[in-house]
Ligand binder design. Structure first.
Ligand code: G6P
Length: 616
């Protein structure tokens, strides 16, 4: 979280402030509570920062008109210190010659700050970040170059950082450093160098990129980059690569249709993205399948929607003949599995590939237990891919709305494909059945398309549900993952308190809250859980709940006892039913979007959230 974008160039007509502001706007998905820019301007630092979103702060061109030759900007997701002006980045040292932006958390900042205060430094913010400029200031006063001062400073910091440092007296270069927080460099050789938390910041300006690794520091000059290893002190050869994707995803237009929000545009991409996912070559899955089948212990780990995709995926892999898989939230992983069993495999699922807890889990499993890491990632080249033995890339493409939706749909599809490939390679299902499952899975693309064509009932129910402050989501079996995803989406984009329970568990507590008019949403496909779900619906109804159910097109029983239903057009056979979790979850994602809109909220950038959660 937090977006960083810096520029150093020899281009004579470059309006640096404006270009940094534009780059920051492309990173706003990483955090958007405050923003700031610092430029080196004829031996001085020109600093502008404020709370709020970039477009509002820059309304009268405040950022664009920052005078200066080169510099850096930051869009923040607050960790240490409220999202107010003086906590916004960049931060400066006592001499006001050094400015710095930071993404990550310095875990030992309190000790370092205490020492700096004792040595007379004045702090202006509550952030952990501010220790950087003061430490660098001290090393420079001792005679270190800016590069060496940054190296000595990061050696003192525990935790995660992506930092960019500029110095008013060093106009020929700036310095970046990275540990566990992403930092990428863009380059136009001989002319301009960019640094950013993510490639989209500079993608419209250059496609040539370099990824900085952990414990590396780089000197950025206009169109020139030198990388050094912090601990070895040696220089590393740079290896630029060409970014293959484009910025089309940054438009709210799809097939000539202009959408009001990214979330609804991206939901409309789901049918195509599922289609692309099921078409990946089967052989791409073989190493993954081999890893799963030849390991003694298989764990799956993720956060947020990716965790719910993981839950659905583990269910499918086991059902199609794979081993039992233990699903663990990545933030709990190191505490729950302190000792990694021998011959373990970890499946890590992540849209961004940058979620700090997911990375911590896989590093723990790899470094402490020698586990094999297989990742399902949407962002090519992200940190998680660098810690993995095998990577399966999902086909969702860039997802801009902060709350995941199309990424979830492709993750579940990818994991289901793995389950079916295991069935094929290890003969756990007859070939005819595998074929039937695969056809049904491919058909979920067309089902989601049909759901998009018939959104009337979803919009109607959205109007009814806006009035509630509390909603339960209940389901059984694999549908529980869909219920969890639906409940999370409603929290994220509509600010409604939701709880999702395995329906059978609802009798053990949650039912105490049911009274006349309490809304309960059931996910009720016609699978083996159906008759038990009917029982759970009756229990809720008889206590006054208003029941909303997501059912199959031809459903009769649940429909007859529900107050309202959303119908999912699935074929009436076990293969279609058992591969239908994505369409069921998708209808709930759509429902959450319309509730958000009816409430007049911003579904793309919900308050307090960020798309890429790079702090633990
Ligand atoms: C954030 C996003 C969620 C996402 C979660 C995990 O909370 O807002 O939509 O599911 O992070 O992110 P990942 O990139 O690891 O899938």
């Amino acid at each position: 979280m937090c977006g960083i974008f810096g520029i150093i160039s020899t281009k004579p007509d470059l309006v640096v402030g404006r270009q940094i502001r534009e780059g920051l706007e492309r990173l706003e998905y990483r955090g958007y509570d405050s923003a700031g820019i610092a430029l080196v301007n004829n031996g001085k630092i020109e600093l502008r920062k404020k709370s709020g979103r970039i477009a509002v702060i820059n309304k009268h061109g405040w950022f664009d008109s920052t005078p200066g030759q080169f510099g850096v900007g930051h869009t923040r997701w607050a960790t240490h210190g409220k999202p107010i002006q003086f906590n916004a980045h960049p931060h400066m040292d006592c001499t006001e010659k050094i400015a710095i932006v930071h993404n990550g958390i310095v875990e030992n900042y309190q000790d370092l700050k205490k020492e700096l205060l004792l040595r007379g430094h004045k702090f202006k913010s509550d952030t952990d970040t501010e220790i950087f400029p003061h430490l660098i200031e001290e090393f420079i006063a001792k005679g270190f170059s800016l590069k060496d001062a940054v190296i000595e400073t990061v050696k003192k910091c525990h935790g995660a950082y992506g930092v960019v440092v500029i110095h008013a007296d060093t106009p020929e270069y700036m310095v970046v450093a990275r540990k566990e927080s992403p930092l990428v460099i863009g380059i136009i050789p001989g002319e301009t160098t960019y640094c950013a938390s993510d490639i989209p910041a500079f993608l419209p300006l250059t496609r040539e990129a370099i990824i900085l690794d952990d414990d590396e520091v780089a000197i950025l000059k206009p169109g020139e980059v030198e990388i050094f290893r912090v601990y070895e002190g040696t220089q590393k050869e740079i290896s630029p690569f060409e970014v293959s994707y484009t910025m089309d995803a940054a438009q709210k237009t799809l097939d000539g249709v202009q959408f009001p929000w990214y979330m609804i545009k991206e939901l409309h991409e789901v049918p195509q993205k599922i289609k692309e996912q099921v078409q990946i070559p089967q052989t791409d899955l073989d190493e993954f399948c081999k890893g799963i089948m030849e390991s003694d212990h298989v764990f799956i780990t993720a956060a947020g929607s990716s965790y719910y995709a993981a839950l659905a995926g583990k269910f499918q892999i086991t059902k199609f003949g794979g081993p039992y898989i233990e699903a663990i939230l990545c933030s709990e992983f190191i505490d729950l599995v302190p000792n990694i069993p021998k011959n373990s495999l970890i499946i890590a699922v992540s849209q961004s590939g940058e979620t700090a807890d997911t990375i911590e889990a896989v590093r723990h499993a790899r470094d402490k237990g020698d586990a094999k890491i297989c990742s399902i990632v949407n962002q090519i080249g992200s940190s998680l891919t660098r810690y993995s033995d095998q990577v399966l890339v999902t086909t969702a493409g860039p997802e801009i709305a902060v709350a995941s939706q199309k990424a979830f749909c492709t993750q579940v599809t990818a994991l289901t494909l793995i389950g079916l490939r295991i069935a094929e390679l290890y003969h756990t299902l007859p070939p005819m059945e595998i074929k039937a499952y695969r056809e049904s899975l491919a058909n979920t693309s067309s089902i989601t398309k049909q759901i998009l064509l018939k959104q009337g009932i979803i919009k109607e129910l959205a109007s009814k549900l806006t009035e509630y402050n509390n909603i339960y989501f209940l389901a059984r079996g694999i549908s529980y993952a869909a219920a969890l995803e639906g409940a999370l989406k409603l929290k994220e984009v509509a600010y409604i308190h939701t709880e999702s329970y395995a329906a059978g568990e609802s009798k053990h507590g949650p039912i105490a809250l049911i009274e006349e008019g309490f809304p309960v949403i059931f996910v009720a496909p016609p699978d083996q859980t159906y008759s038990r779900i009917v029982g759970n619906i009756m229990e809720m109804k008889s206590r006054g709940a208003i029941v909303y159910s997501v059912v199959s097109d031809e459903d009769e029983n649940v429909t007859s006892i529900s107050d309202y239903v959303i119908r999912i057009p699935i074929r009436k056979n076990k293969y279609a039913v058992e591969t239908s979790i994505v369409p069921f979850a998708f209808s709930l994602q759509l429902l959450a979007y319309y509730i958000s809109i009816k409430k007049g909220l911003d579904p793309d950038k919900p308050r307090n959230l960020a798309k890429s959660v790079t702090v633990k």
